[in-house]
Design a protein around this ligand. Structure first.
Ligand code: F6P
Length: 553
C-alpha cells in the first residue's frame, strides 16, 4: 500500500512538496491569462459524468499543477481507500464500522457480502417495506384513526435525520404528491413543532420519528410532545399506530417510545447520519416523490458511484473537485468555500452540505491519532442565486478573502416561465465570468471618459469601481433539477468530501466534536430544572444561568 500522505496527512511528503512548488508560479498568473496560454483550456478543464457537467477552467490552476494534485491523490492512496469503502471495510476506525451508504443505491450488483451478510438483500427488503407503505399513504389507502387519508407528513429528526430528506423534498418539489404536504421539525425550540402543529389536522397527519440512535434529545422531546398533542386532540393510545412510524437502527428504543415495531423502518450502523438519506431515513422523500422517483434519485447516485470507482483519477469528477479544494485550502489558504445554487428549490443544499462537509472533515487529529499539521475541512456556506447577488456577492467581488465558489445551474427549468430561466442562467454565467475577469483600472477609466466624467472625478472613483478579478469558481450544470441529477450531485459531494478526508488523513465518518455540547447541555438542563447546583460551571455560564433563572421567577 502506498501511503505517501502518511502520518503527516500530506505535508512534508514528496507529492505534497511537488504541488507546493507550483504555488508561486501559478499565483503570479491571473486565471484569464491561462486561457491565452492554454488555448484548449475549457475542453481540457471540463468533464461530464453521471449526467452532470463541470467546468473547472475558471480556477487558479494550470494543467501541470492539476496533474501534481492528481499525483498527490494517487500517492495518498485514494484509490485503495475508495475501494475499501465500497467493499465494506471498517474504515470508520474510531467507531469500528463499515461505511456503506453506497450500497444503499447499488441497484445493479446481485450481492455484497459484508461480515457474512448480503447487505444488498437486507437493503432491498427494507426498501420494499418503505415503498409498500408509501404507496398506501400516497394512494389514500392508509387512513387515519377516523377514516381520513393522510394530508400532512411531519418528519421529526435532526442533523442527518433531517437535512438530507428536507433538502431533497424541497429540491424535488416539482415532483411532489399533490395531496401530501411535507413538514420538517428539527429544532428543540418549541416554535418549530408548535408552528407545524398549528397548521395540521391530527386526524390526517402522519408523524415520522427519524433517529438513527433514537436517543437524540431534540428528536425525542419533539416526538413526545407530538404524541401528547395527538392524544390531547382526540387520538387514543391504540390510534398511535396509524399516525406514528419510526425510522431507526434502535428497535428497543422505538418500542419503548410506544411505536409498534411493525411500523418501524430499520437501517444499519454502517450508514452514517449525514449519509443516510438513501436509507429508510429517506421515507419522507419516498412519501413526497414516490417510489419511482426515489429510485431515480438512487440511480443518479449509483451512476456517480460507478464513475468515481472506475474513472482514472485524471478524469474523475469527485477527485478533481476534491483536489481543487485541497489546492485552495492547503496551498492558497482559503478558509471557506461558497456553494451557490442558481435554483430556488436547492435553497437547502448549502445547509445540507455544511453537515456533510464540516461534520466529516472538521477534524484536527489524523487517522493515526496524531495532531494534524495542516488545515482540514473548510467552512461551507451559500445561498441561492440570484438572491445572494444582492447581499454577500460584494465581498466575493471586491473583498479581501479568497472564496472559491461552486455555481450549480440546471440548464432546463422545471417550470414554464422560460423568460425567468433565461435571466437566471445569464446571471449565473455573468457572475462566474465577472469574478474571473474583473475590470481593470484602465477599463474603468475609459468607461468614465466615454461617459464624459471629469478627470478629477475619475481619479476619485476609478479604484472603487475596478475589480481585480482572478476569483475562482467551478460551474456545475445539471440537465434539469430532477431526481437523477440530484442523486448524482449529492453523491459527487459525498465523494469529494471522502477524497479530501483521505488527503488530510482524518476519519471523515465520526463526529466526536458534537458530543461535548450534548453532555454540557444535559448538565445545564439539570441546573435549570433545579435538579443540581451550578457549581461546576465556568463563571460566565454561571452568571448567565443565574440571570435566566432570576428572570424566570
Ligand atoms: O449532530 C450529531 C449527530 O450525531 C449527527 O451526526 C446525526 O445526523 C444527528 O446527530 C442525529 O442523530 P440521530 O439520527 O441518531 O437522532
Amino acid at each position: 500500500m502506498n501511503t505517501d500522505s502518511a502520518n503527516s496527512g500530506g505535508r512534508r511528503t514528496v507529492a505534497w512538496q511537488a504541488v507546493q512548488d507550483h504555488v508561486a508560479r501559478v499565483s503570479a498568473t491571473p486565471i484569464r491569462r491561462w486561457f491565452e496560454l492554454e488555448p484548449r483550456r475549457f475542453e481540457a478543464m471540463s468533464l461530464e459524468a453521471a449526467g452532470l457537467f463541470v467546468d473547472f477552467s475558471k480556477n487558479r490552476i494550470d494543467a501541470p499543477t492539476l496533474q501534481k494534485l492528481i499525483d498527490l491523490a494517487r500517492a495518498s492512496d485514494v484509490e485503495n481507500r475508495r475501494d475499501a469503502m465500497f467493499v465494506g471495510e471498517r474504515i470508520n476506525i474510531t467507531e469500528n464500522r463499515s461505511v456503506l451508504h453506497t450500497a444503499l443505491r447499488n441497484l445493479t450488483q446481485p450481492e455484497l457480502i459484508v461480515g457474512g451478510v448480503n447487505v444488498l438483500a437486507d437493503i432491498r427488503q427494507v426498501r420494499q417495506q418503505m415503498f409498500a407503505f408509501a404507496e398506501r399513504v400516497r394512494s389514500g389507502d392508509w387512513l387515519g384513526h377516523s377514516g381520513k387519508p393522510v394530508t400532512d407528513v411531519v418528519n421529526i429528526g435532526i442533523g442527518g435525520s433531517d437535512l438530507g430528506p428536507r433538502m431533497v423534498c424541497e429540491a424535488l418539489k416539482s415532483f411532489a404528491h399533490p395531496r401530501l404536504r411535507m413538514h420538517f421539525v428539527a429544532n428543540i425550540d418549541g416554535d418549530a413543532l408548535a408552528d407545524v402543529l398549528k397548521s395540521v389536522d391530527p386526524e390526517r397527519t402522519l408523524f415520522i420519528v427519524a433517529s438513527k440512535t433514537f436517543t437524540t434529545i431534540e428528536t425525542l422531546t419533539n416526538a413526545h410532545s407530538a404524541r401528547r398533542w395527538f392524544l390531547d386532540k382526540g387520538g387514543s393510545e391504540k390510534d398511535i399506530a396509524r399516525h406514528f412510524v419510526a425510522v431507526s437502527t434502535n428497535r428497543d428504543a422505538v418500542a419503548g417510545f410506544g411505536i409498534d415495531p411493525a411500523n418501524m423502518f430499520p437501517f444499519w450502523d454502517w450508514v452514517g447520519g449525514r449519509y443516510s438519506l438513501w436509507s429508510s431515513i429517506g421515507l419522507s422523500i419516498v412519501l413526497c416523490i414516490g417510489p419511482a422517483q426515489f429510485e431515480e434519485l438512487l440511480r443518479g447516485a449509483e451512476a456517480m458511484d460507478k464513475h468515481f470507482r472506475s474513472a482514472p483519477l485524471e478524469a474523475n469528477m469527485p477527485v478533481i473537485m476534491a483536489m481543487i479544494g485541497v489546492w485552495y485550502r492547503n496551498f492558497l489558504d482559503a478558509s471557506s468555500i461558497a456553494v451557490l445554487p442558481y435554483a430556488e428549490h436547492l435553497h437547502r443544499l448549502p445547509a445540507y452540505l455544511q453537515q456533510l462537509d464540516m461534520e466529516s472533515n472538521g477534524k484536527s487529529v489524523t487517522r493515526d491519532g496524531a495532531r494534524v499539521n495542516h488545515s482540514t475541512g473548510p467552512i461551507v456556506w451559500g445561498e441561492p442565486g440570484t438572491n445572494g447577488q444582492h447581499a454577500f456577492f460584494q465581498l466575493l467581488h471586491q473583498g479581501s478573502e479568497l472564496v472559491p465558489i461552486d455555481f450549480i445551474l440546471p440548464v432546463e427549468p422545471t417550470h414554464g416561465l422560460s423568460a425567468h430561466h433565461q435571466l437566471l442562467v445569464a446571471n449565473c454565467l455573468a457572475q462566474g465570468s465577472a469574478l474571473m475577469n474583473g475590470k481593470s483600472l484602465d477599463e474603468v477609466r475609459a468607461e468614465l471618459v466615454a461617459k464624459g466624467v471629469a478627470n478629477t472625478e475619475i481619479d476619485r472613483l476609478a479604484l472603487h469601481r475596478s475589480f481585480e478579478g482572478n476569483r475562482p469558481s467551478n460551474t456545475l450544470l445539471l440537465n434539469r433539477l430532477d431526481a437523477a441529477s440530484l442523486g448524482a450531485l449529492i453523491a459527487l459531494y459525498e465523494h469529494k468530501v471522502f477524497v479530501q478526508g483521505v488527503i488530510w488523513n482524518v476519519n471523515s465518518f465520526d463526529q466526536w466534536g458534537v458530543e461535548l455540547g450534548k453532555v454540557v447541555a444535559t448538565d445545564i438542563g439539570d441546573i435549570l430544572a433545579g435538579r443540581s447546583a451550578a457549581t461546576n460551571l465556568d463563571p460566565s455560564t454561571q452568571g448567565l444561568v443565574a440571570r435566566i433563572l432570576a428572570k424566570g421567577k
